[in-house]
Write a protein that binds this ligand. Structure first.
Ligand SMILES: [Zn+2]
Length: 382
């Protein structure tokens, strides 16, 4: 039997997006292992989780038709062998996702920076829904600047890391007295100006290379206007504002906490705006759909611009294997009279379809916002 080596990688948005679009000829086994240190710190605890997950996978496989069963059994065997082997798949990860369709050369192991609930899924594509949020993470840059220090952090609110640290040689500000003190002070101010100018240039260069979505600056009240007026317009238009942080000592974790709350605030604002458009669309101009049936109709007409889902929304539905028609109840497809397939959970299919339409999928956190639409709505393009 051919051997296949698992590809162990850190999860990155691009990689997850690529996996989500992979559609191999057979079924794909997706498995999530939780490495939360509070629950699974010890090797025996991890081992028993792996055993119960792979046992669960084994019994799921037996529900498939003969054609799918054989390669899936092999996938489960290889995944179990890998997870119980001595590969280093637990380091630097809070959870691990595995996507296997080994007969088609797929055996991807993703180390995730956040805990994800354990689970087993068998589907036509890699089941990436539990890590969809990672794909939607935007890139942030945090600049910490004082009169003589500049530190830069880059990443998402959960993956932020220090990029580089450079401490410039700005002469110390000792009390010298008299004429010499004034002159000395001038030189130091010039050095500070020069330092700020270099910082602004560096941020612009990094932004050109990385394309940040947001920039946050930590500087004291006195320095903030001086640095902000030096930032290039490309940089200042994505600068969210100033935060307080210990310029010398702040750690990536400290800044992650701050970014998470800024991001949550931005998300709440965006959500409010979308819900406003939804209300208006439902009441007036018809550029919105509320409730599963109407949303599915909008998908069938390729009109969806933004799919809005309540956090706990789930529903079953049907789809036509030939044309992709989506509906709520079983029967024949109204387009081509093909008999429809039942989907126990229609959400992953809708997220996928939204992706195909280049529509956003937004999980609405405010539990009341989608009450009238029973948990699902869409903003429409026309
Ligand atoms: Zn059809």
């Amino acid at each position: 039997m051919a051997t296949i080596t698992p590809k162990i990688q850190k999860a990155r948005a691009g990689l997850i997006r690529r996996l989500a679009e992979t559609d191999p000829p057979g079924k794909v086994l997706s498995l999530y292992v939780d490495l939360d240190p509070a629950k699974f710190a010890t090797p025996p605890a991890r081992e028993s989780q792996v055993k119960s997950l792979t046992n669960e996978a084994e019994s799921m496989v037996e529900q498939f038709d003969r054609e799918s069963k054989m390669p899936l059994r092999e996938d489960v065997r290889l995944v179990r062998e890998f997870l119980l082997g001595d590969f280093d798949w637990t380091s630097e990860a809070r959870s691990v996702a595995i996507f296997a369709s080994t007969g088609n050369g797929m055996f991807d192991v993703l180390k995730l920076p956040e805990p994800v609930e354990r689970g087993v899924f068998i589907d036509d594509r890699p089941h990436v829904l539990p890590i969809q949020d990672l794909v939607e993470q935007e890139t942030w840059c945090v600049l910490l600047v004082s009169r003589d220090v500049e530190r830069i952090f880059i990443g998402s609110p959960i993956t932020l890391k220090e990029y580089d640290e450079s401490r410039e040689d700005v002469r110390g500000q000792h009390d010298q007295g008299g004429w010499s003190q004034r002159r000395f002070a001038n030189v130091v101010e010039e050095d500070v100006e020069d330092h700020l100018k270099k910082v602004a240039e560096r941020i612009l260069a990094l932004h050109k290379a990385t394309e940040f979505d947001h920039i946050v600056v930590a500087a004291d009240e006195e320095l903030w206007p001086r640095i902000s007026e030096r930032l290039h317009s490309y940089v200042s238009q994505i600068t969210v504002g100033r935060i307080d942080a210990d310029i010398q000592m702040a750690t990536a974790e400290d800044l992650q906490t701050k970014l998470k709350s800024i991001a949550a605030r931005q998300e709440a604002e965006r959500e409010q705006e979308l819900i406003g458009r939804l209300k208006e669309g439902l009441a007036n101009d018809g550029r919105a759909a509320g409730g599963l049936e109407r949303v599915l109709a909008a998908f069938n007409e390729a009109r969806v611009e933004t799919l809005l889902l309540a956090e706990d929304f789930s529903a079953s539905g049907v789809t036509c294997p030939t044309c992709g028609y989506l509906g709520v109840s079983e029967g024949t497809c109204p387009v081509d009279r093909e008999s429809t397939d039942r989907l126990d959970d229609i959400v992953p299919r809708l997220v996928e379809r939204a992706g195909e339409l280049a529509a956003d999928t937004v999980t609405v956190r405010n539990p009341r916002a989608l009450e009238d639409s029973r948990g699902i709505a869409a903003l429409l393009r026309f």
